[in-house]
Design a protein around this ligand. Structure first.
Ligand code: SF4
Ligand code: SF4
Length: 472
């Protein structure tokens, strides 16, 4: 029985409810009055339900599809403006005891080299990332209580925050590790993590069990209820995601919106971010097995409909996607992207030799961070290295309040410009610097509050004179 307030996975992600919504959406895919009514509600920019969202995703009326895209762009503009937050993944260890069929780190794969960074290697990786200009990382590690126990992850976090190289600093460490206990989540919180990220992969229990035949991750309930435990452990920024291509995309789309609704209703705060990865080619993974791959068009529609359904949630796209696809979805709702990513263990300090092969998946967008930054500037976006909310303690509902009150334009925008200025001073080529300076001058004029605008100008001048780390 579906119950958004239930602590049980099978009740807040009810299979019966999802299937009935899918049927309803299919039946109404050409129902113009209904779709218009949903769009009318969505225009208030306060979100729509999972049942309404799947109707929009299934809509087959071309004119209304154009309205859906247009509205997604408007919402993106309203809440996130033209800022794009930058981050990089950092792979700590690819030891894993799970049997996920779509991931080359699965325990039975003997072709890849298994690696785990020592603290010295973490230092080297982080120094290399700081020298690129990164301030925000997402830590990635397989699940292995012997090789990568929680204590190891905590030690890495501590090392990362302690490294100050030239003007570099990692100011926010997000963590993507296996589902764990409330007590462990509390320890992660105490170590100062930003967002706890855990991809559901698929919400379809049957399919989930097929794809995860062995290891602790095979427990669907434990995995699906992890975000509730994370919040019980004091982590109030959590990041959801499904791996599109593992299962019917309509099912997983509905599931992820239901999960967001559950967190908001049951814990009082919706997810901080939603990631939208698609299955990519990887070692020991048979591309023919995953035949649910989605087209670029469907992918764009998913992004647009998530943007409309949960306007307050940040959306992330990684370097799994090509530059071309990333450009398309930036308009429709993406607010964070990775840049200059290496998906192998130790790959930032030293590019991996082909025979080592410790990468989790092939990167599609192989440009450097500097190239991605320049590309964004040319497209009229402001690449942002901002981590202010986390450092000011604006997490969970305090962050959501800021977003909902639409005050973010007086906060995110100056912070984005100041952190971009830092990047231009410390890491950019002369060409990128010239393009970025021009953009900053234009964008400063858009800050509505005069006091904030003048202060931001002053801080930017100070950054030019060598000072760092200003924020609103
Ligand atoms: Fe391990 Fe995660 Fe890969 Fe599964 S997806 S095999 S848990 S690293
Ligand atoms: Fe994100 Fe807060 Fe910075 Fe805005 S001010 S970009 S919400 S960290």
């Amino acid at each position: 029985m579906y119950n958004v307030m239930s602590p049980k996975a099978e009740e807040f992600i009810s299979d019966e409810e999802i299937r009935s919504c899918l049927e309803y959406a299919q039946k109404n895919s050409k129902n113009e009055p209904l779709i218009r009514e949903i769009l009318q509600k969505a225009k208030k920019m306060k979100g729509i339900s999972h049942k309404e969202a799947i109707v929009l995703l299934d809509c087959e009326i071309e004119e209304l599809n154009q309205e859906i895209y247009h509205l997604a762009e408007q919402i993106k503009q309203e809440f996130y403006g033209n800022r794009i937050v930058m981050f990089a993944p950092l792979y700590l260890s690819n030891y894993c005891i799970n049997g996920c069929e779509y991931c080359p780190y699965h325990a039975k794969n003997k072709h890849i080299s298994r690696k785990k960074l020592t603290q010295e290697e973490v230092r080297r990786e982080v120094t290399a990332l700081q020298d690129m200009g990164h301030k925000r990382l997402a830590l990635e590690a397989g699940e292995d209580p012997v090789n990568n126990p929680l204590e190891y992850i905590l030690e890495c976090i501590h090392t990362i925050y302690s490294i100050k190289h030239k003007n570099g600093a990692i100011r926010r460490v997000n963590v993507n590790i296996a589902a764990t206990t409330v007590e462990d989540y509390r320890k992660l919180k105490e170590a100062g993590i930003g967002t706890y990220i855990l991809f559901q992969e698929t919400y379809d229990k049957q399919q989930y069990q097929k794809l995860h035949p062995t290891g602790p991750k095979s427990n669907y309930e434990y995995h699906t209820e992890a975000m509730d435990r994370a919040m019980d452990g004091g982590i109030d920024d959590v990041g959801l995601g499904v791996l599109f291509g593992l299962n019917n995309y309509r099912y997983d789309f509905t599931g992820i919106i239901m999960h967001a609704e559950h967190l908001e209703a049951y814990k009082g705060v919706g997810p901080h971010t939603i990631s939208v990865p698609r299955v990519r080619r990887a070692d020991d993974i048979d591309p023919d097995v995953f035949d649910n791959g989605i087209s670029d068009e469907i992918f764009q529609k998913i992004v647009a409909c998530i943007r409309i359904a949960v306007p307050y949630t940040g959306m992330i796209v990684s370097t799994r996607e090509s530059a071309k696809t990333r450009e398309k979805v930036l308009h429709l709702g993406i607010s964070q992207i990775s840049g200059g990513s290496r998906t192998s263990v130790g790959g930032y300090y030293e590019e991996e030799k082909e025979e080592d092969n410790s990468a989790q998946f092939d990167v599609s967008d192989r440009r450097t961070l500097e190239e991605v930054v320049h590309w964004l500037i040319d497209l009229g976006y402001v690449p942002s290295f901002c981590t202010a909310c986390y450092r000011e303690g604006r997490t969970g509902d305090r962050f959501m309040q800021l977003l909902k009150s639409r005050q973010i334009v007086n906060c995110c925008h100056p912070n984005a410009l100041m952190t971009l200025k830092e990047f231009l001073e410390d890491y950019a080529s002369p060409e990128t610097k010239a393009a970025g300076e021009k953009l900053i001058a234009e964008e400063l004029k858009k800050i509505p509050n005069e006091k904030v605008r003048l202060k931001a100008k002053e801080y930017i001048e100070n950054i030019h004179n060598g000072e760092r780390d200003f924020r609103f």
